[in-house]
Design a protein around this ligand. Structure first.
Ligand SMILES: C[S@@+](CC[C@H](N)C(=O)[O-])C[C@H]1O[C@@H](n2cnc3c(N)ncnc32)[C@H](O)[C@@H]1O
Length: 215
């Protein structure tokens, strides 16, 4: 008879403490604890804030951000997949590819944002170098959107599977934000190569850039 190993799910994958906690607390995804940890540490969210969530499906970050910003705030989520979770009216979601988004269109519709948070992850191919490459591409795309939609002083959080361009990404965030940090939240799986890069205080918002183009 096949032995059933302790800690393995029906699909044979090992579930960690964060997964089990999310299940027990009725959270949509374990990812919520990462945003919670980043928020606690870097004070990213508060009532009334406007948040853009890139790679928002299935919606645990949306639900957390919606609660933290409250009905005076706004949360906009974008993903390749439609979000089916029931969310309050101050949350708007759209199906789109973030690499093809024009930040000016978002600003035209919602105004500037206080926080851009990207938890985007590529479909894993099984090849580590390919996955890192795609993840870093998504992180640079998120940074491009963030620079286009954040107000001056706004914050940026991006998940990335650390690869050869990680140093370049951190350097770019350091260039555009007053403070740049890289961190692995405690609820991240031990075997994961994922990190979060945090930029606090955008040095130049879209309005400042437009002004600097004036003769
Ligand atoms: C780890 S999940 C996000 C989990 C989410 N933060 C939550 O808490 O529920 C990563 C998401 O990134 C999305 N994604 C990957 N590439 C994308 C792209 N180019 N544009 C938009 N979303 C993308 C995937 O569809 C996937 O839903």
């Amino acid at each position: 008879m096949a032995r059933r190993r302790k800690g393995l799910s029906d699909r044979g994958t090992r579930h960690d403490a964060a997964y089990r906690r999310a299940k027990a607390e009725g959270k949509v995804a374990r990812a919520v604890y990462k945003l919670e940890e980043l928020d606690r540490r870097f004070r990213l969210l508060r009532p009334g804030r406007k948040v853009l969530d890139l790679g928002c499906w299935p919606g645990s970050w949306l639900a957390y951000a919606a609660e933290r910003v409250g009905p005076e705030g706004l949360v906009v989520g974008i993903d390749l997949r439609p979000v089916e979770l029931a969310l309050p009216p101050h949350v708007h979601t759209a199906v789109a590819d973030v690499t093809e988004i024009d930040p000016a269109v978002l600003v035209g519709r919602f105004g500037t944002f206080d926080l851009v948070a990207s938890d985007m992850a590529p479909h894993t191919s099984g090849d580590r170098a390919t996955d890192q490459f795609r993840s870093e591409e998504l992180a640079f795309a998120a940074l491009h959107v963030a620079r286009g939609v954040l107000r001056r002083g706004g914050h940026f959080v991006v998940k990335v599977f650390q690869g050869p361009r990680f140093g370049e990404l951190l350097a770019e965030v350091r260039t555009h934000f007053n403070e740049a940090r890289a961190l692995v939240p405690p609820s991240t799986r031990a075997a994961s190569r994922e990190q979060y890069v945090i930029g606090r205080g955008l040095r130049r918002g879209p309005a400042a850039e437009a002004a600097s183009c004036d003769p």
